[in-house]
Design a protein around this ligand. Structure first.
Ligand SMILES: Cc1cc2nc3c(=O)[nH]c(=O)nc-3n(C[C@H](O)[C@H](O)[C@H](O)COP(=O)(O)OP(=O)(O)OC[C@H]3O[C@@H](n4cnc5c(N)ncnc54)[C@H](O)[C@@H]3O)c2cc1C
Length: 479
């Protein structure tokens, strides 16, 4: 049995619901498919809506400007002044991302889904997407299993892949020169996240701050990643950490330990001196979960014939902060707009939909390759060097600029005159100079993102060359 739509959006998370809403608002016939039960919209996995749930206000403003949708309590659980990155020795704090919110994630997803349905989207829950239908090198639909476990093929002019990080659409695309089907494991973080109710033992703003989202850089606690403590309403907290597999292996070997992601999170909660008597807050069965997040630049092309990708399916989370909500929201809207244009033009080819790549690059993507280099650099530093670097190398303003992918105004080279001590620190400082140069160069390359698919391969070679050079230079070295 077959159904025909203008647009099929696979995955009703952040990116998918918005893409569907935008396409349906233009009068298109849109199906939004998800494996979740209807009341669990946006749940990423059996483990729940696993996420830190922090999002910068700027991304919510983007939605308001584009489609007029605004948010309030309860989907915005708590307002925060920003994100503070704290050094391993707890002596230095760097603000970034600006004002934002910690979301009530299930409520936020419901609101986006409601918006999609309000515009006429047909929401098909409990549908397991198994792969793309491929005809003449075009994606012309998806196949999978419906609620009754019957095989079903659904066809559409455009398929939007919003299936998240484990997408089995992107991974089953035909071999092609545009959208990568595989992501390097070194660019992935394994993460765990708990939501706890707790009693405040005593105030210590380095460990829990009701007005800020805290990130702990610490290669012992969270090798190759970081830990976070994000406030929720009342004495409730979203706490978790992410690790890079290779960094954890190196750390364990050097320390003679057998820690796992699970044991590290338990330890991270235990050592937090503010959190007393934590009990899992298990509303919506969302208290405790594990999942993965990609921390690289978004895929070089998000477009294939008949196919657009948005959100985590395209590795969009920020390489430094793993913040993927913002780019998922932004890309969802832009992918929806792109599908509308393609259908109006009657041309669903890569060339016709290429503008989506350009739009996403402009709205968000152009800083991420530089940030990927910066992330690789950070993963090559041990705690002592991170402490020293946060004290000596850069001001908080410069670090904030770097975290946004901006190149600090002040020439770092001038600081070479600072009396840096220790060969490892001097090497790390010189490497930082290298990173800033590389970021500058990659930002320039991304400013010139190809305007058509014909220019793409040449452009991509430029990116790969710089990226490979940086990745050869910086290897995980947590201890
Ligand atoms: C532990 C953790 C902490 C994070 N913290 C933050 C944070 O604080 N701030 C931030 O900005 N980002 C954070 N992120 C990243 C953020 O959660 C994601 O970037 C965001 O959820 C991406 O949204 P999405 O719509 O692309 O995908 P998802 O949210 O993954 O949604 C995908 C949807 O597709 C459905 N689906 C998947 N496969 C199938 C299938 N085969 N068939 C049918 N349906 C399917 C799923 O059920 C789900 O509804 C974090 C990630 C993790 C793992």
């Amino acid at each position: 049995m077959e159904d025909k739509y203008d647009v099929i959006v696979a995955g009703a998370g952040m990116a998918g619901s918005l893409a569907a809403a935008v396409a349906a608002k233009s009068g298109l016939k849109v199906a939004l498919l998800d494996r979740n039960k209807e009341h669990e919209v946006g749940k990423k996995t059996n483990w729940g809506w696993v996420c830190g749930d922090a999002v910068a206000d700027s991304h919510l403003k983007f939605i308001k400007e584009k489609i007029g949708l605004t948010f309030d309590y309860p989907e915005l659980d708590v307002k925060v002044d920003g994100v503070l990155v704290i050094s391993p020795d707890m002596q230095y704090r760097i603000p970034f991302e600006g004002e934002g919110y910690v979301l009530n994630r299930p409520a936020f997803e419901q609101k986006l889904n409601h918006e999609a349905r309000r515009h006429g989207v047909e929401y098909i829950s409990e549908f397991e997407v198994e792969g793309p239908i491929i005809e003449n090198n075009y994606i012309s639909g998806v196949f999978g299993k419906d609620k009754e476990m019957h095989h079903k093929e659904l066809r559409a002019k455009v398929v939007i892949d919003a299936l998240g990080v484990a997408t089995n659409l992107r991974r089953k695309l035909p071999e092609n020169l545009f959208v990568d089907r595989v992501i390097d494991i070194a660019d992935m973080e394994s993460t765990g996240r708990f939501i706890y109710d707790f009693e405040v033992d005593h105030e210590d703003l380095n460990y829990y701050d009701p007005k800020n989202a805290l990130i702990h850089l610490n290669q012992i606690w969270a090798p190759g990643g970081y830990g976070w403590v994000f406030p929720k309403k009342g004495n409730r907290v979203n706490i978790g950490l992410g690790i890079q597999k290779e960094s954890l292996e190196i750390r364990n070997k050097k320390l003679g330990r057998k820690d796992t992601l699970h044991s590290l999170i338990d330890e991270y909660v235990k050592i937090n001196p503010v959190i007393k008597n934590p009990t899992i807050h298990n509303a919506n069965n969302n208290g405790k979960g594990y999942w993965s997040v990609a921390v690289r630049r978004q895929l070089d092309s998000l477009v294939f014939n008949g196919y657009l990708g948005a959100g985590d399916s395209m590795a969009m989370p920020n390489p430094i902060s793993a913040g993927g909500i913002g780019p998922a929201l932004v890309s969802g809207i832009l992918a929806g707009e792109s599908a509308v244009r393609a259908i109006q033009n009657g041309d669903m080819s890569i060339s016709s939909m290429w503008q989506y790549n350009v739009d996403f690059n402009e709205a968000y993507g152009k800083k991420t390759a530089g940030l990927e280099v910066f992330r690789t650099y950070l993963q090559s530093l041990n705690n002592d060097i991170i402490n020293y670097g946060m004290r000596m190398f850069i001001t908080a303003k410069e670090a904030e600029d770097l975290s946004y992918g901006r190149i600090p105004e002040l020439s770092l080279a001038k600081k070479a005159k600072i009396a840096l001590q220790g060969a490892a620190n001097i090497r790390a400082f010189n490497n930082l100079l290298y990173v800033v140069k590389k970021m500058e160069k990659l930002n320039r390359i991304y400013e010139n993102y190809p305007r058509s698919p014909e220019e793409f391969q040449k452009w991509r070679e430029l990116v790969n060359k710089d990226m490979e050079e940086a990745k050869t230079r910086f290897k995980p070295n947590p201890i």
